[in-house]
Ligand binder design. Structure first.
Ligand code: PMM
Length: 292
Protein backbone atom coordinates (compact mmCIF):
# COMPACT_ATOMS: atom_id res chain seq x y z
CA UNK A 1 0.00 0.00 0.00
CA UNK A 2 2.89 2.23 0.54
CA UNK A 3 3.13 5.55 -1.25
CA UNK A 4 6.43 6.32 0.40
CA UNK A 5 8.56 8.06 -2.14
CA UNK A 6 10.08 10.48 0.35
CA UNK A 7 8.23 12.80 2.70
CA UNK A 8 10.35 15.73 1.65
CA UNK A 9 12.42 18.15 3.57
CA UNK A 10 11.88 21.74 4.54
CA UNK A 11 14.81 24.09 4.11
CA UNK A 12 15.40 25.99 7.33
CA UNK A 13 14.20 23.26 9.68
CA UNK A 14 15.91 20.21 11.16
CA UNK A 15 15.64 17.05 9.11
CA UNK A 16 13.76 14.29 10.88
CA UNK A 17 14.11 10.74 9.57
CA UNK A 18 10.40 10.09 10.13
CA UNK A 19 7.13 11.97 10.25
CA UNK A 20 7.66 14.81 12.74
CA UNK A 21 5.32 15.59 15.62
CA UNK A 22 4.21 19.19 16.08
CA UNK A 23 2.75 19.77 19.54
CA UNK A 24 0.14 22.50 19.95
CA UNK A 25 0.10 25.28 22.52
CA UNK A 26 -3.02 27.39 22.12
CA UNK A 27 -2.64 30.53 24.22
CA UNK A 28 -6.36 31.24 23.92
CA UNK A 29 -9.39 31.27 26.19
CA UNK A 30 -11.62 29.63 23.57
CA UNK A 31 -9.91 27.08 21.27
CA UNK A 32 -12.33 24.25 20.82
CA UNK A 33 -10.18 21.47 22.19
CA UNK A 34 -7.98 23.05 24.84
CA UNK A 35 -9.24 26.62 25.16
CA UNK A 36 -8.37 28.27 28.47
CA UNK A 37 -5.96 25.60 29.64
CA UNK A 38 -2.77 27.43 28.70
CA UNK A 39 -4.07 31.01 28.71
CA UNK A 40 -1.20 32.28 30.79
CA UNK A 41 2.41 32.75 29.70
CA UNK A 42 3.97 30.63 32.39
CA UNK A 43 1.52 27.76 31.99
CA UNK A 44 1.83 27.91 28.22
CA UNK A 45 5.64 27.75 28.38
CA UNK A 46 5.54 24.86 30.81
CA UNK A 47 3.08 23.06 28.57
CA UNK A 48 5.34 23.58 25.55
CA UNK A 49 8.30 22.10 27.43
CA UNK A 50 6.14 19.19 28.58
CA UNK A 51 5.18 18.51 24.96
CA UNK A 52 8.86 18.33 24.02
CA UNK A 53 9.50 15.91 26.89
CA UNK A 54 6.61 13.83 25.59
CA UNK A 55 8.27 13.64 22.16
CA UNK A 56 7.30 16.76 20.20
CA UNK A 57 9.84 17.71 17.53
CA UNK A 58 8.46 21.22 17.24
CA UNK A 59 5.82 23.28 19.03
CA UNK A 60 3.14 25.40 17.34
CA UNK A 61 2.17 28.47 19.38
CA UNK A 62 -1.07 30.27 18.54
CA UNK A 63 -3.03 33.11 20.11
CA UNK A 64 -6.18 33.15 18.04
CA UNK A 65 -8.86 30.47 18.01
CA UNK A 66 -9.97 29.32 14.58
CA UNK A 67 -12.78 27.09 15.74
CA UNK A 68 -15.92 27.29 13.57
CA UNK A 69 -17.90 30.42 14.36
CA UNK A 70 -15.12 32.21 16.24
CA UNK A 71 -14.48 35.93 15.80
CA UNK A 72 -11.01 37.44 15.38
CA UNK A 73 -8.93 38.69 18.30
CA UNK A 74 -7.24 42.05 17.85
CA UNK A 75 -3.60 42.24 16.93
CA UNK A 76 -2.38 43.73 20.21
CA UNK A 77 -4.02 40.93 22.17
CA UNK A 78 -2.64 38.25 19.84
CA UNK A 79 0.86 39.70 20.26
CA UNK A 80 0.44 39.82 24.03
CA UNK A 81 -0.54 36.16 24.12
CA UNK A 82 1.99 34.74 21.70
CA UNK A 83 5.28 36.61 21.78
CA UNK A 84 6.45 35.91 25.36
CA UNK A 85 5.65 32.22 24.94
CA UNK A 86 7.55 32.02 21.65
CA UNK A 87 10.51 33.89 23.16
CA UNK A 88 10.82 31.65 26.20
CA UNK A 89 10.37 28.35 24.38
CA UNK A 90 12.78 29.37 21.60
CA UNK A 91 15.33 30.42 24.22
CA UNK A 92 14.98 26.95 25.73
CA UNK A 93 15.99 25.50 22.37
CA UNK A 94 12.54 24.38 21.18
CA UNK A 95 11.83 24.56 17.44
CA UNK A 96 8.85 26.93 17.35
CA UNK A 97 6.19 27.45 14.77
CA UNK A 98 3.84 30.42 15.11
CA UNK A 99 0.20 29.86 14.19
CA UNK A 100 -1.02 33.23 12.94
CA UNK A 101 -2.78 34.89 10.02
CA UNK A 102 -1.17 38.27 10.76
CA UNK A 103 2.12 39.40 9.22
CA UNK A 104 2.84 41.68 12.19
CA UNK A 105 2.51 38.75 14.60
CA UNK A 106 4.61 36.51 12.36
CA UNK A 107 7.30 39.18 12.16
CA UNK A 108 7.52 39.67 15.91
CA UNK A 109 7.41 35.92 16.49
CA UNK A 110 10.29 35.34 14.08
CA UNK A 111 12.26 38.07 15.88
CA UNK A 112 11.48 36.23 19.12
CA UNK A 113 12.88 32.99 17.70
CA UNK A 114 10.07 31.25 15.76
CA UNK A 115 11.43 29.20 12.85
CA UNK A 116 8.24 28.41 10.94
CA UNK A 117 5.15 30.48 10.14
CA UNK A 118 1.94 28.45 10.14
CA UNK A 119 -0.78 30.52 8.47
CA UNK A 120 -4.14 28.74 8.29
CA UNK A 121 -5.15 31.17 5.53
CA UNK A 122 -2.10 30.29 3.44
CA UNK A 123 -1.33 33.99 3.05
CA UNK A 124 -4.86 34.98 2.04
CA UNK A 125 -5.96 36.80 5.21
CA UNK A 126 -3.19 39.40 5.29
CA UNK A 127 -1.62 40.69 2.06
CA UNK A 128 1.54 41.55 4.01
CA UNK A 129 2.12 37.92 5.06
CA UNK A 130 3.77 36.45 1.94
CA UNK A 131 6.18 39.41 1.50
CA UNK A 132 7.07 39.24 5.19
CA UNK A 133 7.77 35.50 5.14
CA UNK A 134 9.73 35.88 1.89
CA UNK A 135 11.88 38.63 3.39
CA UNK A 136 12.38 36.77 6.67
CA UNK A 137 13.45 33.64 4.76
CA UNK A 138 11.55 31.31 7.10
CA UNK A 139 9.52 28.23 6.17
CA UNK A 140 5.77 28.69 5.65
CA UNK A 141 2.76 26.39 6.03
CA UNK A 142 0.16 26.94 3.32
CA UNK A 143 -3.13 25.50 4.54
CA UNK A 144 -6.28 25.04 2.47
CA UNK A 145 -8.70 27.79 3.57
CA UNK A 146 -11.80 29.33 2.11
CA UNK A 147 -12.36 32.24 4.49
CA UNK A 148 -12.56 33.25 8.13
CA UNK A 149 -13.91 30.85 10.75
CA UNK A 150 -16.95 32.96 11.58
CA UNK A 151 -18.86 31.54 8.59
CA UNK A 152 -16.54 28.92 7.09
CA UNK A 153 -19.02 26.06 7.45
CA UNK A 154 -21.13 27.71 4.72
CA UNK A 155 -18.22 27.21 2.35
CA UNK A 156 -18.04 23.44 2.86
CA UNK A 157 -19.48 22.83 -0.60
CA UNK A 158 -17.56 20.68 -3.07
CA UNK A 159 -18.31 18.61 -6.14
CA UNK A 160 -14.93 16.89 -5.79
CA UNK A 161 -13.31 17.73 -2.47
CA UNK A 162 -9.91 16.19 -3.25
CA UNK A 163 -9.61 17.80 -6.69
CA UNK A 164 -10.77 21.20 -5.47
CA UNK A 165 -8.56 21.23 -2.38
CA UNK A 166 -5.53 20.23 -4.45
CA UNK A 167 -6.31 22.88 -7.10
CA UNK A 168 -6.94 25.63 -4.55
CA UNK A 169 -3.80 24.72 -2.60
CA UNK A 170 -1.80 24.76 -5.82
CA UNK A 171 -3.00 28.29 -6.53
CA UNK A 172 -1.97 29.45 -3.03
CA UNK A 173 1.35 27.67 -3.36
CA UNK A 174 1.99 29.44 -6.66
CA UNK A 175 1.03 32.79 -5.12
CA UNK A 176 3.42 32.21 -2.24
CA UNK A 177 6.23 31.34 -4.66
CA UNK A 178 5.40 34.30 -6.91
CA UNK A 179 5.57 36.46 -3.78
CA UNK A 180 9.14 35.36 -3.16
CA UNK A 181 8.90 32.42 -0.77
CA UNK A 182 11.33 29.70 -1.83
CA UNK A 183 9.38 26.55 -2.77
CA UNK A 184 11.73 24.42 -0.69
CA UNK A 185 10.55 26.31 2.41
CA UNK A 186 6.84 25.61 1.84
CA UNK A 187 4.71 22.94 3.55
CA UNK A 188 1.13 22.22 2.42
CA UNK A 189 -1.82 21.23 4.62
CA UNK A 190 -5.34 20.14 3.60
CA UNK A 191 -6.88 22.16 6.46
CA UNK A 192 -9.06 19.44 7.97
CA UNK A 193 -12.24 20.95 9.42
CA UNK A 194 -11.76 24.32 7.69
CA UNK A 195 -14.75 24.76 5.38
CA UNK A 196 -15.08 20.96 5.43
CA UNK A 197 -17.54 18.58 7.00
CA UNK A 198 -16.65 15.17 8.44
CA UNK A 199 -17.11 13.41 5.11
CA UNK A 200 -14.79 15.89 3.38
CA UNK A 201 -12.11 15.39 6.04
CA UNK A 202 -12.29 11.60 5.76
CA UNK A 203 -12.18 11.74 1.97
CA UNK A 204 -9.09 13.94 2.11
CA UNK A 205 -7.42 11.53 4.53
CA UNK A 206 -8.28 8.69 2.17
CA UNK A 207 -6.45 10.54 -0.63
CA UNK A 208 -3.37 12.00 1.02
CA UNK A 209 -1.30 10.78 -1.90
CA UNK A 210 -3.18 13.24 -4.15
CA UNK A 211 -2.01 16.09 -1.92
CA UNK A 212 1.52 14.85 -2.14
CA UNK A 213 1.31 15.46 -5.87
CA UNK A 214 1.78 19.13 -5.01
CA UNK A 215 5.41 18.16 -4.52
CA UNK A 216 5.77 19.73 -1.11
CA UNK A 217 5.96 18.19 2.38
CA UNK A 218 2.56 17.59 3.90
CA UNK A 219 1.29 18.58 7.35
CA UNK A 220 -1.78 16.73 8.67
CA UNK A 221 -3.67 18.35 11.55
CA UNK A 222 -6.51 16.05 12.57
CA UNK A 223 -6.11 16.39 16.32
CA UNK A 224 -9.41 16.19 18.24
CA UNK A 225 -11.34 17.59 15.29
CA UNK A 226 -15.09 17.34 14.75
CA UNK A 227 -14.81 14.55 12.20
CA UNK A 228 -13.22 12.34 14.85
CA UNK A 229 -16.10 13.19 17.17
CA UNK A 230 -18.45 12.06 14.43
CA UNK A 231 -16.53 8.81 13.85
CA UNK A 232 -16.49 8.04 17.58
CA UNK A 233 -20.08 9.04 18.31
CA UNK A 234 -22.10 6.60 20.35
CA UNK A 235 -25.46 5.10 19.42
CA UNK A 236 -27.18 8.33 20.46
CA UNK A 237 -25.07 10.23 17.93
CA UNK A 238 -23.37 12.32 20.63
CA UNK A 239 -19.66 12.91 19.93
CA UNK A 240 -17.21 12.40 22.79
CA UNK A 241 -15.66 15.59 24.17
CA UNK A 242 -12.57 16.85 22.35
CA UNK A 243 -10.20 15.58 25.02
CA UNK A 244 -11.46 12.04 24.56
CA UNK A 245 -10.37 11.97 20.92
CA UNK A 246 -6.63 11.51 21.50
CA UNK A 247 -6.47 7.79 20.77
CA UNK A 248 -8.31 8.42 17.49
CA UNK A 249 -5.89 11.27 16.77
CA UNK A 250 -2.94 8.92 17.25
CA UNK A 251 -4.55 6.46 14.83
CA UNK A 252 -4.64 9.22 12.21
CA UNK A 253 -1.01 10.05 13.02
CA UNK A 254 0.02 6.47 12.28
CA UNK A 255 -1.89 6.46 9.01
CA UNK A 256 -0.59 9.89 7.96
CA UNK A 257 2.97 8.85 8.75
CA UNK A 258 2.54 5.69 6.64
CA UNK A 259 1.21 7.84 3.82
CA UNK A 260 4.37 9.91 3.88
CA UNK A 261 3.21 13.00 5.80
CA UNK A 262 6.07 15.28 6.81
CA UNK A 263 4.45 16.11 10.15
CA UNK A 264 1.31 15.73 12.24
CA UNK A 265 0.00 18.56 14.44
CA UNK A 266 -1.42 17.24 17.72
CA UNK A 267 -2.50 18.41 21.17
CA UNK A 268 -1.58 15.22 23.04
CA UNK A 269 1.90 14.31 21.88
CA UNK A 270 2.91 11.06 23.51
CA UNK A 271 0.65 8.67 21.60
CA UNK A 272 1.39 10.31 18.27
CA UNK A 273 5.14 10.29 19.00
CA UNK A 274 4.83 6.53 19.48
CA UNK A 275 2.65 6.19 16.37
CA UNK A 276 5.15 7.91 14.06
CA UNK A 277 7.95 5.75 15.47
CA UNK A 278 6.01 2.59 14.77
CA UNK A 279 5.33 3.84 11.24
CA UNK A 280 9.05 4.57 10.84
CA UNK A 281 9.99 1.09 12.01
CA UNK A 282 7.57 -0.50 9.53
CA UNK A 283 8.97 1.74 6.80
CA UNK A 284 12.50 0.63 7.65
CA UNK A 285 11.42 -3.01 7.43
CA UNK A 286 9.79 -2.32 4.08
CA UNK A 287 12.79 -0.45 2.66
CA UNK A 288 15.87 -1.98 4.26
CA UNK A 289 18.06 0.16 2.00
CA UNK A 290 16.58 3.17 3.78
CA UNK A 291 15.29 5.09 0.76
CA UNK A 292 13.41 7.82 2.63
N1 PMM B 1 -6.04 23.67 12.77
C1 PMM B 1 -6.19 24.49 13.80
C2 PMM B 1 -5.24 25.48 14.10
N2 PMM B 1 -4.12 25.60 13.35
N3 PMM B 1 -2.79 24.87 11.55
C3 PMM B 1 -2.62 24.06 10.51
N4 PMM B 1 -1.51 24.16 9.76
N5 PMM B 1 -3.55 23.11 10.17
C4 PMM B 1 -4.69 22.95 10.86
O1 PMM B 1 -5.52 22.10 10.48
C5 PMM B 1 -4.92 23.78 11.99
C6 PMM B 1 -3.94 24.75 12.30
C7 PMM B 1 -7.42 24.37 14.65
O2 PMM B 1 -7.25 23.46 15.67
P1 PMM B 1 -6.98 23.84 17.23
O3 PMM B 1 -7.79 25.08 17.53
O4 PMM B 1 -7.45 22.66 17.95
O5 PMM B 1 -5.53 24.06 17.43
Amino acid sequence: MSTLHGRGQVTGLPRWDRCAVMGVVNVTPDSFSDGGQWFDTELAVKHGLDLVTAGADLVDVGGESTRPGSARVDEAEELRRVIPVVRELAAAGVVISVDTMRAAVAERAVEAGARLVNDVSGGAADPAMVPLVAAAGVPFVVMHWRGQSIDMNNRAVYADVVGEVVAELRTRLEQAVAGGIAPERIVVDPGLGFAKDAGHDLTLLAHLSALRELGRPLLVAASRKRFLGRVLAGADGAPPPARERDAATAAVSAIAAREGAWAVRVHEVRASADAVRVARAIEAAENPAGAL
